[in-house]
Design a protein around this ligand. Structure first.
Ligand code: ATP
Ligand code: MG
Length: 581
């Protein structure tokens, strides 16, 4: 294609609102334009990239036997009420009332729809397993859309849903999807890691996330140096620390600590360190009141807490519930008496290991010193459990190995769902004995836009994008300098035609602009290979061939230019090819 005929509105200035490289570069390179908060238009080059990613996804999904379908974006609210997800999705759910007064959801995902479909079409175990997928727009009314298309409100997702008669069949498809995802991300040229992820109340390691490691990622992952373990923050299990030797602690002592409703304020007031405090947090899960205890320097993890409590999700309790429970203002809750008052008290291992600590007194403006876990509040019993409910931190230990941490972008997620949706939406089949049973399900998502943005986030330099060959809008850019010289432009046209004929995806920068402008734009767009035709080199019978990652171009004889470019192209393509593809 010809640059002069494409809408590629590159910009020099870094857009003020764009905080991270990929967001800045996608705008500067003219790949996307913002319409409103969290919604973007894809311009020709951006769309070309999206299409390359979806083509790879389709190929790999189809190769596993998954079947592509297309489901409506506008979905009846009743289905979301039937599964209880209207509430579970909360404010993120976008919906509207139509002219007939019916409520409709804008699809944030499609379990309800695909399960309803299968409920109507599948009767017998002989029709199972089946894996259905679509590549379609999703809408989520994200609280804080940011980082361009990485967290937008409207985005493109590949979502697949598999249905099975038994667990081994689910296991098999799950493995297949996992492996297909590895091939997809490898082919897209993404550096990725797979981590164990939270699977909610289903339990087990029934969920994996595919993460692109980068400091600007919103997710936190933990891994061991030998690569034997990797998990996201909601999953990363921490070994319990050794119990501190018992201190000969005096009895508890109440201290007046006015206006110290935060950990910082207490530490300053009592001149103590955070790790000497016991933080008492109050949560609600449905109608249950759950108290969580973590050390002052640790953060409680809501997903771990939910799992330990056997709840779908937990929310921080409101002021009223906290005052009811503790009889004190927020910020002064403590563990004493909570085993009796709360429905459940979950104590983090690190708190149970403390010899002594400082806690809230359940009395406004008071704390208690010399609190001894096990003496002043129980470490076991009917409604008390010691467990892992905090965020891991770098240096924690898992199965005897030190955990390292880094940030990452979640690009994909595979999930064993079980029968949660099939039971509620009655997607049943008759087994070999004529018994009716609910289908066992798996689901598998990829954020298509995130694939592009994370490729740019991890592939760029001061001059612009450095794109993986398989998803770059073009593989080769042919660039003519001295655009007023007919010999130069003639040669550029010839090379462009020959490369295109040989199957390369080529952009010809045929604009009548200065060479400097063309070079700058070429660097910004980040097309992997560049072939330059200029007056001087041409007179010497040569052209310049340069990878986007090369410091300097290589001089190539005119007769070899096409062959050399194709050779370099093959090498780049091979680097993005998983071994068995
Ligand atoms: P996150 O934790 O980042 O909000 P999620 O876990 O809610 O994402 P899933 O429901 O697992 O997302 O959706 C499948 C995939 O869709 C994700 O792995 C991600 O790549 C993509 N995705 C989810 N939310 C967004 C968004 N707001 N913008 C762009 N892509 C998204
Ligand atoms: Mg996810």
């Amino acid at each position: 294609m010809r640059y002069s005929q494409l809408l590629i509105p590159t910009v020099k200035e870094v857009p003020a609102e764009a905080e991270i490289a990929s967001h800045q570069l996608m705008i500067r390179a003219g790949f996307i334009r913002k319409l409103a908060s969290g919604t973007y238009t894809y311009l020709p080059l951006g769309l070309k990239m999206l299409n390359k990613v979806t083509a790879i996804i389709r190929q790999e999904m189809n190769a596993t036997g998954a079947q592509e379908i297309l489901m409506p974006i506008v979905q009846p609210m009743e289905l979301w009420e039937q599964t209880g997800r209207r509430t579970a999705y909360g404010e993120n759910l976008g919906w509207f009332t139509d002219r007939h007064g019916r409520q409709n959801v804008l699809s944030p995902t499609a379990e309800e729809i695909v399960t309803t479909l299968v409920a109507g079409e599948i009767r017998s175990y002989k029709q199972l397993p089946i894996n259905l997928y679509q590549i379609n727009t999703k809408f989520r009314d994200e609280f804080r859309p940011r980082f361009g298309v990485l967290r937008s409100r409207e985005f493109l997702m590949k979502d697949a849903y598999s249905f099975h008669a038994d667990l081994p069949s689910l296991e098999q498809t799950y493995r297949q999807m996992y492996e297909a995802y590895c091939r997809i991300f490898a082919r897209c040229g993404l550096p990725y890691v797979v981590v164990e992820a939270d699977s909610g109340p289903i339990g087990g390691s029934a969920s994996h996330e595919f993460m692109v490691p980068t400091d600007t990622g919103e997710d936190l992952l933990f891994y061991t140096a030998d690569g034997s373990y990797a998990a996201n923050v909601d999953r990363a299990e921490v070994d319990p620390p050794a119990k501190q030797p018992p201190a000969d602690s005096p009895a508890m002592q109440e201290v007046h600590t006015p206006n110290t409703g935060t950990i910082e304020a207490v530490c300053e007031f009592l001149r103590t360190r955070r790790e000497e405090l016991i933080k008492t947090l109050v949560f609600k899960a449905d109608e249950r009141i759950i108290v969580g205890l973590v050390r002052g320097d640790h953060e409680i993890n809501a997903a771990k807490l939910s799992r330990s409590a056997g709840a779908e999700s937990v929310d921080l309790a409101g002021e009223g519930d906290i005052m009811n429970l503790t009889g004190a203002a927020v910020g002064f809750a403590g563990p004493m008496g909570m085993a009796e008052k709360a429905d459940l008290m979950l104590i983090d291992h690190a708190v149970a290991a403390m010899a002594v600590g400082i806690a809230g007194a359940n009395k406004t403006d008071y704390h208690v010193r010399h609190v001894v876990p096990g003496r002043d509040f129980p470490l076991g019993g009917d409604r008390v459990a010691v467990t892992d409910i905090r965020n891991a931190i770098q240096g924690d230990v898992h199965a005897g190995k030190v955990l390292l941490s880094r940030r990452g972008i979640e690009v994909g997620h595979v999930f064993k769902l079980g029968t949660k949706y099939s039971e509620k939406l009655n997607a049943c089949f008759l087994d070999a004995n004529g018994q009716e049973r609910p289908c066992i399900m798996g689901c598998y998502g990829i954020g298509v836009n995130r694939v592009i943005a994370s490729a740019i986030e991890t592939g760029n330099d001061a001059n612009g994008c450095i794109l993986p060959i398989a998803i770059a809008p073009f593989e080769v850019e042919v660039l003519s300098i001295n655009a007023d010289n007919a010999q130069v432009t003639g040669m550029a046209e010839k090379l462009y035609a020959e490369l295109t004929h040989a199957g390369a995806d080529v952009l010809l920068d045929d604009r009548p602009v200065r060479a400097g402008v063309k070079f700058k734009d070429a660097d910004l767009l980040g097309i992997p290979l560049r072939l330059v035709v200029g007056e001087k080199a041409l007179a010497a019978g040569k052209t310049e061939l340069k990878r986007r990652t090369d410091e300097k171009p290589a001089m190539v004889g005119l007769d070899d230019a096409v062959a050399e470019t194709l050779k370099a192209l093959d090498q780049l393509r091979a680097a993005c090819r998983p071994e068995h593809a």
